[in-house]
Design a protein around this ligand. Structure first.
Ligand SMILES: Nc1ncnc2c1ncn2[C@@H]1O[C@H](COP(=O)(O)OP(=O)(O)OP(=O)(O)O)[C@@H](O)[C@H]1O
Length: 192
């Protein structure tokens, strides 16, 4: 088993619709036991089938706010009156189990991971163009027109950041899926 130091987390980011989920799904199919996701914290109540520490770390709002104060989160957000967050400790716990942690996060999260000592590797999935991105989002059929415009605006910001020197260790353009996947797979697997 690789030691925790060797299992550097991999941060996968890129505009909504660039193909992160598609590429990650394929990676997990090819390597069912090599990778893991961190367990998030939430203030919402567990559903009957949910186990603390497995599906989420269920905490009170007071506990969650204390963790925020202690800078324990990479990112957190409020949704439907409940707080959700990814803690630095939860990412580390994946490596402690001998798995490489994959973080699928947005721009703010990427910047936040860089401020930690997680020693992550950063991979950016870019669409071939904004036009193609828009087409793929429209074809996916999951977005309202408002959500579409918000996603395209965010995409422009992500692409501008990705163009900065040293923003990511690797940028993969997801044009032909098979070619993109091979580059994606190689980057993630080769250094772990
Ligand atoms: N190389 C490709 N060629 C054509 N279509 C693709 C390609 N890669 C992904 N798609 C399609 O584009 C759409 C967006 O892909 P996907 O849902 O994987 O994006 P995402 O980056 O995970 O988005 P989100 O951040 O919103 O979850 C999907 O319908 C997917 O099937």
């Amino acid at each position: 088993m690789a030691s925790a130091e060797q299992l550097r987390p991999v941060v996968v980011s890129g505009p909504s619709g660039s193909g992160k989920s598609t590429l990650l799904k394929r990676l997990f199919q090819d390597y069912p036991n090599k990778f893991g996701f961190s367990v998030s914290h939430t203030t919402r109540s567990p559903r009957p089938n949910e186990k603390d520490g497995v599906h989420y770390h269920f905490v009170s709002r007071e506990q969650f706010e204390e963790l925020i104060k202690q800078n324990k989160f990479i990112e957190y957000t409020e949704f439907s009156n409940n707080l959700y967050g990814t803690s630095i400790g939860a990412v580390r716990a994946v490596a402690d189990e001998g798995k490489c942690c994959i973080l699928d996060i947005e721009l703010q999260g990427v910047k936040s991971v860089k401020k930690t000592d997680l020693n992550a590797r950063f991979l950016f999935v870019a669409p071939p163009s904004l036009q193609v991105l828009e087409e793929r989002l429209r074809n996916r059929g999951t977005e309202s027109e408002d959500a579409m415009q918000a996603r395209l605006k965010a995409a422009k910001e992500e692409l501008a950041y990705a163009a900065e020197e040293g923003a990511h260790d690797r940028v993969i353009v997801n044009d032909n899926l098979d070619i993109a996947y091979e580059q994606f797979r190689k980057f993630i697997v080769d250094c772990n």
